[in-house]
Ligand binder design. Structure first.
Ligand code: GDP
Ligand code: MN
Length: 378
């Protein structure tokens, strides 16, 4: 789960990281009032779950409260990487002498947290990674022992020469690791970590993603979830307890079981198609779940055919067939649907579906090939 910068900064503050104060506004007038309260120069910052806000015009310096209001009216409602800005953070503007990058994330390959630090932080860190990878140091952390003091110190010396800065950065790196592990993050990033002309090290941006599986034990973090900031399909899927991931293809997939869902997507690709989604309806034949699944799939305009692949075990195929028939009566679907059911009570299921006018199969190959053909010829 991604959280907003202002929320990530709250977690960083709790860990002791020096973070400037700030408040969130949803209207230009609120932004103006906050700027007036803070006094002096401020920064108005789009709060969206995506990076690159600065380059997209979503981070603006303002000399006065009136100017902050102007910036807020332009930034609120702006689209950045397909997401609409609903909130802005108003925070005192800092004078910047230098910008560094400090991040820690779970590295799938080494199955451990890995730090990445660079003295060349700021909006061009992706470019630094591409053209000048030596400017980024990576340090793998053994989760049994956590971040060791010498690791934090050596990363800090890679960022700064001045001992006073090294001392502050060593502390920040340790605090960042504490925030990362205490909140079960998959990513915690400060970019930029700035040095002010007065020689203070501060985090002026914060990006954090939380491992969804840990949210049950992190109620304060779960409360950060912003339903307005995530795609509607994801909210709907979570509310219906469906595992759903949107993809770029045109064959909508509705499958029971995560393993079968992945095998189905592989087979779609094998037959030359592209899956529009991963969707696991779980071990349920509850028609409400089938309706929710179909609503999510059909809301995606790129879907050109829908493929059901159900393996009946404890789940009975006739229950699923009834669920599909009920779902079809409730929603109007414009794209062709092909269905494969096999396992417990498959004969009854095929009867029900044929009676309702559906094309039903028992072979996985045949149904996937058909779904790919239908999508291609649409
Ligand atoms: P991002 O583009 O989404 O990563 O947003 P950031 O919060 O990192 O802001 C982008 C850039 O705006 C930073 O790298 C800074 O150069 C600049 N910026 C952000 N806040 C301030 C500030 O308080 N003072 C100054 N001078 N520049 C800032
Ligand atoms: Mn940034």
């Amino acid at each position: 789960m991604d959280i907003h910068e202002y929320q990530a900064k709250e977690l960083f503050r709790q860990a002791g990281i020096p973070v400037p104060p700030g408040e969130v506004a949803t209207t230009p007038e609120e932004a103006e009032a906050i700027a007036a309260r803070l006094g002096g120069k401020v920064v108005v910052k789009a709060q969206v779950h995506t990076g690159g806000r600065g380059k997209a015009g979503g981070v603006k310096l303002a000399d006065s409260a009136a100017e902050a209001k102007e910036h807020a009216s332009r930034i609120l409602g702006m689209e950045i990487n397909g997401l609409t800005v609903g909130k802005v953070l108003v925070t005192p503007a800092e004078d910047i002498a230098s910008e560094a990058y400090v991040g820690v994330l779970i590295d799938r390959k080494s199955q451990a947290p890995i730090f990445m630090v660079s003295p060349e932080g700021g909006v061009d860190i992706e470019e630094v990674a591409r053209v000048n990878p030596e400017a980024i140091r990576k340090v793998s952390i053994d989760p049994r022992y956590g971040l060791l003091p010498h690791q934090a110190y050596s990363m800090a010396t890679f960022l700064y020469e001045d001992p006073a800065l090294v001392k502050q950065a060593t502390k920040v790196i340790g605090q960042l690791y504490r925030a990362f592990s205490a909140n079960s993050c998959s990513l915690a990033e400060i970019n930029p970590l700035i040095v002010t002309p007065a020689g203070e090290v501060k985090a002026i941006d914060a990006k954090v993603s939380i491992d969804e599986s840990a949210l049950f034990r992190l109620p304060e973090v779960e409360a950060f979830r912003d339903l307005d900031a995530e795609p509607a399909s994801e909210t709907k899927a979570r509310e219906a307890s469906l595992s759903f991931v949107k993809l770029d293809g045109d064959v909508g997939c509705c499958v029971n079981g995560a393993g079968l869902a992945m095998a189905t997507m592989d087979l779609v690709k094998y037959y030359g198609g592209e899956p529009a989604n991963f969707l696991d309806i779980g071990g349920s034949s509850n028609p409400d779940k089938v309706v929710a699944a179909l609503e999510i799939i059909t809301a995606d305009p790129s879907v050109k055919s829908i493929l059901f692949n159900i393996f009946g075990g404890i789940t009975r195929c006739d229950d699923v067939a009834n669920g599909i028939v009920t779902a079809m009566k409730r929603i109007d679907i414009q794209v062709p649907i092909v269905i494969r059911l096999t396992g417990t009570n498959e004969e009854e299921a095929l009867e029900i579906l044929k009676g309702a006018g559906f094309e039903a199969y028992t072979s996985m190959d045949a149904v996937v090939e058909k779904a790919v053909q239908l999508a291609a010829s649409a």
